[in-house]
Design a protein around this ligand. Structure first.
Ligand code: ADP
Length: 380
């Protein structure tokens, strides 16, 4: 069983131990041959906060979290927890002395141990009496809803139940830092949603600092106090979900966190604190992203939530005519794909279904519409 990290921690009395590590990463670099997995990342996580690192496959998420866990070492850069150096040129605190635990995508349970033995294993180096250890394990298993499975073996459990055991094993010793490596990726959609809520509440109840990596933007937005967006080993933006959504710092961040589409245009000025973009015959309000200034050619990146459908007869000057080319039922309403003369917009939500092939117009809310300098390449 490779990659398993069992929990140990620097012993200190409960009353004096801070609840969560304050994590500081400075200049983290790591290369594999010619690949720069991390190109100098700075990151700070406040004690007790839930940070999600979001990025596509190969962006360096695993390399960063494995460095923090102590499974791998950065080529250069430093990690400290509060004022304690954990890893730099002169220090390297081993994984089992970092007061952290990690939940993996593939659960990493011991197959020959029962559920309670798997969880108890995390407490093996604690000076606890048998009764106290057992009480702690059973109480934690109850918190994750597995009281009825304590004597089962992992092979007798579903994937979701196995991940709950892994979560209990991570929580049982009350570590100061919880690391999550795409823990929901192997689970079905409904289970993923339920376990996500449990990870969120149990982690926050524990008071630990959390770092969670994922390529799934919906998961990131649902879980995070703060999101860091990684791309090609660089941290492109760090901010609250609201900041990332409303003011993406780069085109990549905007694209990776969900767009309906993009229109090519030109910034023509400002009005009422918003930028104005000319797109064909239309003038639209928007937010200007970095590098987009009046007179420059831009791509207007449009969030799905910024789009709404109105009738063709709608007199608004900024309503853009279109034709519905696809409709998908989404429970609370319908998502439409709309072809306009400036390009196609997808995920256009409306509570009612607009018919395929029918005429419509689209109105775009400036709050979800950001202008970036135009690129020669195809957009979105
Ligand atoms: P992510 O977790 O975002 O998918 P990784 O941190 O796993 O990204 O990988 C970042 C880059 O480093 C990728 O290009 C990947 O192929 C490379 N990489 C990661 N681990 C190794 C390794 N052990 N050997 C060679 N290349 C690696």
């Amino acid at each position: 069983m490779t990659g398993i990290m069992q929990l140990d921690r620097v012993e200190s009395p409960e009353s004096t131990r801070p609840r969560g590590h304050e994590v500081t990463i400075r200049g983290a670099r790591k290369s594999y041959g010619r690949t720069d997995a991390l190109g100098g990342v700075d990151l700070e996580i406040e004690a007790g906060k839930f940070m999600v690192l979001l990025g596509p496959s190969g962006s360096g998420k695993s390399t960063l979290i494995r460095g923090i866990a102590g499974i791998e070492r950065f080529d250069s850069g430093s990690i400290s927890f509060g004022s304690t150096p954990i890893s730099d040129d002169r220090h390297h605190v081993p994984a089992e002395r970092r007061d952290l635990s990690m939940v993996f995508q593939d659960y990493a349970l011991w197959p020959h141990l029962t559920v309670q033995q798997n969880v108890a294993y995390a407490l093996r180096r604690r000076h606890l009496g048998t009764a106290a250890r057992r009480a702690n394990v059973l109480e934690t298993l109850e918190r994750v809803g597995l009281s009825s499975k304590v004597d089962n073996y992992p092979s007798e459990l579903s994937g979701g139940q196995q991940q709950r055991v892994a979560l209990a094993r991570a929580l049982v010793g009350s570590p100061a830092l919880l690391l999550f490596d795409e823990p929901l990726s192997n689970l079905d959609a409904d289970l993923r949603e339920r376990l996500r809520v449990e990870i969120s509440t149990l982690t926050r109840d524990s008071g630990a600092t959390a770092l969670y990596i994922t390529h799934d933007q919906a998961e990131a937005f649902a879980l995070a106090d703060e999101i860091g967006v990684l791309n090609g080993g660089q941290l492109e933006q760090l901010g609250t979900p609201e900041e990332i959504f409303r003011r993406p710092a780069t085109r990549f961040v905007a694209q990776f966190t969900g767009l309906a589409g993009a229109f090519a245009g030109r910034l023509v000025g400002e009005r009422a604190g918003l930028s104005r973009a000319r797109v064909g015959d239309h003038e639209l309000s928007c937010t200007a992203g970095p590098g987009a200034s009046a007179g420059t050619r831009i791509d207007l990146l449009i969030r799905p939530t910024a789009t709404s459908l109105v009738d063709r007869e709608n007199p608004r000057l900024d309503a853009i005519p279109g034709v519905v080319v696809d409709v998908a039922y989404r429970g609370r309403g319908y998502e439409h794909v709309v072809e306009t003369r400036y390009g196609r917009l997808a995920s256009v939500f409306d509570p009612r279904s607009w018919s395929r092939g029918g005429e419509c117009s689209i109105v775009i809310d400036p709050a979800g519409c950001v202008a970036f300098p135009a690129t020669k390449h195809a957009i979105t």
